[in-house]
Ligand binder design. Structure first.
Ligand code: ZN
Ligand code: ZN
Length: 258
């Protein structure tokens, strides 16, 4: 879940917590977009000098809602070459978990950015998928992340390759399994043009076969999105065969029956 510090979400952490209680959740986690080494990298994340303020705002929600477990996390952008920066972020606060996300397939194109939608017209979808999953594989291999976010984000606007992508998925999920990294069922995809949970059933099936654990996220950017479509996500996970899911505290994984 996000906070207004990332400049494209609304509602304070307390509003998200209140909504979580309304929809019957017992545990939530804030994982706003991590700052980049250069603050001007893009305009949809907090500045580095706002990181402490972010942590404070989550701590305040923890104090105000003692009946709800609230985890402190970050959605960290993985770009090759950013390893030292991610290590520095990790050392700064006692995080519960890091979600490793790939949005950028090059330094100036995040595949999910609606203001860069026209970029898709001169890109080959399979090439985008290949770079994306290569970066996702490298993200899993760093061992920096408890879980990987929205594993097939390039489908957001409905672009899909005609090639078989199974080898890309296999490569990523093998890395995830080896490096003890979970993947999330992210219901935000249902609210986008692709109208599908991230990742697809095909990827989830492969993840199940390989023993990659799962977690759930609504990727809420507004309080009313907290826990949205979780029933559907749980049903999908069960249909694929998952019997348990995981959550994280102090960067350790804990398993729960599904
Ligand atoms: Zn966002
Ligand atoms: Zn994301």
């Amino acid at each position: 879940m996000h906070t207004p510090l990332c400049r494209h979400a609304t509602g304070e952490p307390g509003d998200y917590a209140r909504r979580a209680l309304e929809v019957g959740l017992t545990e939530i986690g804030f994982s706003d977009h991590s700052p980049m080494r250069q603050d001007g990298f893009d305009d949809w994340r907090m500045r580095f000098d706002q990181l402490d303020e972010y942590v404070e705002s989550v701590r305040k929600a923890q104090k105000d809602f003692p009946q709800l477990t609230i985890r402190l996390a970050l959605e960290v952008d993985y770009l090759p070459g950013q390893e030292d920066w991610i290590r520095a972020l990790a050392a700064r606060h006692p995080w519960d978990y890091f979600i490793g996300s790939v949005h950028y397939v090059s330094d100036n194109w995040a595949v999910d950015n609606p203001s860069k939608l026209s970029e898709w017209t001169h890109r080959d979808a399979f090439e985008v998928w290949s770079v994306y999953f290569d970066r996702l594989t490298r993200a899993a291999e760093t061992g920096f992340f408890e879980t990987i976010g929205h594993a097939d984000l390039p489908k957001k606007f409905g672009h899909r390759p005609t090639h078989d992508c199974t080898p890309l998925y296999e490569q990523f999920l093998t890395a995830a399994m080896k490096h003890d990294c979970a993947i999330e069922l992210n219901t935000a995809g249902l609210r986008k043009d692709c109208r599908e949970i991230y990742p697809s059933r095909e990827i989830l099936q492969l993840a199940f076969q390989k023993g990659v654990p799962i977690t759930f996220g609504s990727d809420a950017h507004a309080p009313e999105e907290v826990g949205m479509n979780f029933a559907e996500a749980i049903q999908l996970a069960r249909e694929v065969g998952f019997k348990e899911c995981c959550r994280f505290a102090a960067r350790k994984r804990d398993r729960t029956r599904l």
